[in-house]
Ligand binder design. Sequence first.
Ligand code: HEC
Ligand code: HEC
Ligand code: HEC
Ligand code: HEC
Length: 497
Amino acid sequence: MRLRSLVSLQKVWFFIVLAVLPWAIFTNVSFGQERKIDSMFLDLDKKYRMPGEWTMLPFELEDPYKRVKNGPPLANIINKANVEWISRWIANPKKVVPNAKMPNLGLDFEEIKAVIVFLSSLKEKELPQITWDAFLLKKEDELSDDEYDKMEKVFNNGKGVWGRARCTICHPIKGAGGNVGVGPDLGEITTKINRNWLYDWLGNTKSHFPDTMMAQFRFNDTDLRGIVEFVMRDTQFVPEEKEEEAGEVKEAKPAEPVVQILTEKEFSSIRKDIALIEKGKDIVERARCFVCHDIKGISELMPVVEKKRDGLAGFEKILYEIRCLSCHRIQNKGGTYAPNLTIAGTKIHMNWEKGFLMSPDIIRPLSQQMPKFNLTEDDAKAAIEYIEKNLHTKETLTNPFEGGAPSAAVVAAGEKLFYEKGCNTCHAEGTKGGGVVGPNLQTVGDRLQPAYILYHLKNPQQANPQAVEPTFGLSDEELKSLVGFLADHVQKKEGKE
Ligand code: HEC
Ligand code: HEC
Ligand code: HEC
Ligand code: HEC
């Protein structure tokens, strides 16, 4: 009886997928660029996908998207941002950072001053003092030629680190990028932060914001200094100069209301004012800032909750530090930007996976690549052990080539089919080139297990409900030859196990 109802539930799910899918494809899936999934679809997916299909996991996964407070803690904000920036921010967040989530709370300048003075009174720790080579603290036009060369070396190293770290998949820069959809726009970040804070943040994000969704990269000191130099100096992080200042008169825009800005000078004259601090505290309470921010001593109704995270080990620690689930999904937790890992243990060859985690290469050519986190061999081992043990399909999938490698005839038949069926319109394999909608299949035999390739080709939506690959309705014979052909796509380099 119970089994029956489960079966019918699965049918319902299947029909919903069928009904929703074409619409989901045309409205939401733009190839490669952006993978937004309608929230309704995700809800349905969650509702109708039976947890019974998943294995029990050894620890409860933390979903970085479900944090209690969406705003950062404010205790040490005065170390992070300068008061001018904070006053512009509170006055109108979206005018300061285009993708800001914080609402405009309608405070006037006198109130904002009081709030800032109150927030600065909360400071719990000093910002660590980092020692920098003196020339790195100079402006570009103050550097001698020799100093410029030395600075440029640090900068260029940082530029490389920035690229490999793929910071822009989370952070837009002046509106462009940020496909994961979670980081603030960094296009004017140099007007907010200082280099000591940035060094400390990139070195240990969690000590500033325990619930942050940002990945903790394993940077060494040289790379850390490089990326700080790059962010503090490159023009993409500096506001664009207003063209009006260049002399030419633009057509008159409607005059914007002047936003008053709290200067450092005024701030230092009022920062110790006890009455003002009290006033600020009142405003913060009335404006309900604590709904989104942890602010100690503010509300008994919403006490500050501190999750215990000491003693995390193995993959649980890696998941927390790297925040894999900001991008990936496991079961019903996490994001949808990167491939779903729920059955990664059935899908992927663990040997390949280990190398990929330590040094990711490009599988999907269109702007969807995994950052280089500099995971160590031990990290990668802990990850693949967990994945192999826990992230697999309930049933064991069959590998049509269990007994041995596919014969040359099977491979040849598979190759013929691959082109007959037009797989190459979306995929490249070998030297003939091909489409870039799907992953490059050049070394797919190293990456994917044959049993999974079979499972995928039978019904691409089975493993990934939003897959755009059509179901070809292939016969068993055809499936076998295609799997044989693809499993044969390995990197036959010498010295490779
Ligand atoms: C509805 C939720 C919400 C409320 C209410 C709210 N904030 Fe925020 N705040 C955020 C979020 C989210 C951020 C992170 C930046 C962003 O908007 O993406 C933020 C960022 C900030 C920052 C910058 C922090 C940093 O580390 O860069 C300050 C300062 C701040 N808020 C102050 C306040 C104050 C003061 C109040 C009350 C007057 C308040 N916020 C009310 C959601 C909120
Ligand atoms: C997984 C997505 C992700 C990646 C990758 C990422 N960040 Fe972030 N970053 C965030 C989020 C999210 C925040 C805001 C804190 C929060 O809400 O958790 C943030 C905050 C920041 C801030 C503070 C900005 C502010 O205004 O408060 C800086 C600076 C920053 N990141 C730089 C970087 C750099 C440099 C890299 C690459 C080395 C990087 N990030 C990679 C998600 C990411
Ligand atoms: C900032 C986003 C982001 C974070 C954080 C992230 N990944 Fe990825 N990951 C990706 C993207 C994007 C891809 C797809 C790469 C490609 O196709 O070239 C990927 C690919 C993978 C793959 C290959 C999946 C497949 O089906 O081909 C695995 C496995 C993987 N990541 C594991 C992890 C693990 C484990 C972590 C945490 C240690 C992690 N990732 C953190 C973005 C991320
Ligand atoms: C309409 C475009 C399209 C066609 C036609 C197509 N595919 Fe795909 N295929 C994709 C996309 C997109 C993905 C990536 C799915 C993902 O990232 O989860 C994919 C994934 C794959 C994968 C790897 C699965 C993974 O998760 O890494 C294999 C193997 C594959 N396709 C084989 C084939 C074969 C064989 C054919 C022909 C019978 C074919 N595809 C036809 C778009 C297509």
